[in-house]
Design a protein around this ligand. Structure first.
Ligand SMILES: C[S@@+](CC[C@H](N)C(=O)[O-])C[C@H]1O[C@@H](n2cnc3c(N)ncnc32)[C@H](O)[C@@H]1O
Length: 357
């Protein structure tokens, strides 16, 4: 599996990928938000955005110019996505409605899956005639409305969840709940419609399991019998697969990022695990700190990364090396392109794995 990086404008990088016939299964992008800010980094990178430091990247393009350049990139991304691919676009509350129109245009409204609210930070303590803004948005679209990679990751139960969903505690201290062993609908034929241990299912219902399975559950101690002889299935909290994920996520960004606007690694892990398979290709063409690339490599996916800011490229190179991840260069400006342009003459004669600036 060969990870790729393009150190340059992503419009060029995307064209290069298209020419090479690369297909991507999952896209996560976190483009500039038209904030009209310059993001700076301190020398030690410890306290990312501050009033001093060197330029990391400028987010100064606004209005129709901003939207037009983003549209061109979304269209280029769409062209190289697999038929069952998914895309997550991270955007702030000021731009989300504009970008959602763009996404509808490029991917089609029927391929809209979610507008995920992401809680990004702790409550803010200021008064600006508005409520504190602690969220941003991730727009989730797919290429097809029917063919989508989808492996939702259960969320761990909180103590409060466990107490309300599993209100009973057994002699060993295990928290559990019970559910009926019969389900709506009568069955005239088949063993689930008949009596079990002489007990017919209640009128209009059938047993959820055939008699031999009910016997096995009882033998395993997984049936609770009420005082009146009513059997119910025992479900333990510690065997729960967790809660199905919803569209409000709490993933606060790192307090001491390696790069301004660095996103939460666990959030990226969730996206990658839910919407791709091992061996798939994950694209982040606004890579910043390389957070997506690192998670993709860690989870056994191939990454394709791009960023045109030298500061981002330096951070990515340092972090990938520290994690022992190797990659190859796909074109790019300046020395990056010279180091290894797999689209050009001399494929294989690259200037070195892991070198791009
Ligand atoms: C918001 S930051 C991404 C942060 C990243 N998600 C992370 O977790 O670290 C946006 C990045 O996009 C890069 N960028 C902006 N325009 C670009 C372009 N046209 N081509 C490539 N990279 C670009 C910037 O240099 C910046 O590093």
């Amino acid at each position: 599996m060969e990870h790729l990086f393009h150190a340059g404008d992503n419009l060029d990088g995307l064209a290069r990928l298209a020419a090479l016939g690369v297909r991507v299964d999952l896209v996560y992008i976190d483009p500039p938000f038209a904030t009209n800010n310059e993001f700076l980094m301190d020398a030690d990178r410890a306290s990312a955005v501050s009033g001093s430091g060197q330029l990391a990247y400028a987010d100064t393009l606004r209005g129709s110019g901003y939207l037009e350049q983003l549209r061109r990139r979304l269209e280029a991304i769409r062209k190289i996505m697999a038929g069952d691919g998914s895309i997550y676009v991270h955007i702030d509350v000021k731009m989300e409605h504009h970008v959602r129109f763009l996404m509808d245009d490029v991917f089609g409204p029927r391929n809209f899956r979610n507008s995920i609210t992401r809680v990004k930070c702790n409550p803010k303590n200021f008064n600006r005639y508005s409520y504190g803004n602690i969220k941003d948005t991730i727009l989730f679209y797919s290429v097809s409305a029917h063919r989508i990679k989808w492996r939702p990751q259960g969320e761990a139960l909180t103590d409060a969840d466990a107490e309300s969903r599993y209100p009973l505690v057994d002699a060993a201290g295990r928290r559990y709940a019970t559910t009926p062993l019969h389900a709506p609908g009568s069955t005239r034929h088949g063993p689930t419609g008949g009596p079990w241990r002489g007990m017919p299912p209640p009128p209009g219902r059938h047993w959820r399991y055939p008699p031999e399975m009910l016997d096995a559950l009882d033998a395993a101690g997984l049936i609770a019998w009420s005082a009146t002889g009513n059997p119910r299935k025992i479900i333990y909290a510690d065997q729960s697969a967790g809660k199905l994920p919803q569209d409000v996520w709490v993933y606060k960004d790192p307090q001491r990022p390696a790069y301004p606007t660095q996103k939460n690694a666990a959030m990226l892990e969730r996206i990658i695990l839910t919407s791709s398979e091992p061996g798939d290709t994950v694209l982040d063409c606004y890579a910043g700190s390389g957070a997506t690339l690192l998670q993709a490599a860690r989870l056994g996916r191939r990454f394709v990364g791009m960023d045109n800011a030298p500061a981002a490229q330096a951070v990515i190179r340092q972090r990938l090396r520290a994690a022992g991840v190797e990659w190859r260069v796909v074109g790019g400006v300046g020395s990056a392109g010279d180091a290894g342009d797999i689209g050009g003459v001399g494929v294989g004669g690259v200037g070195g794995v892991g070198e791009f600036v």
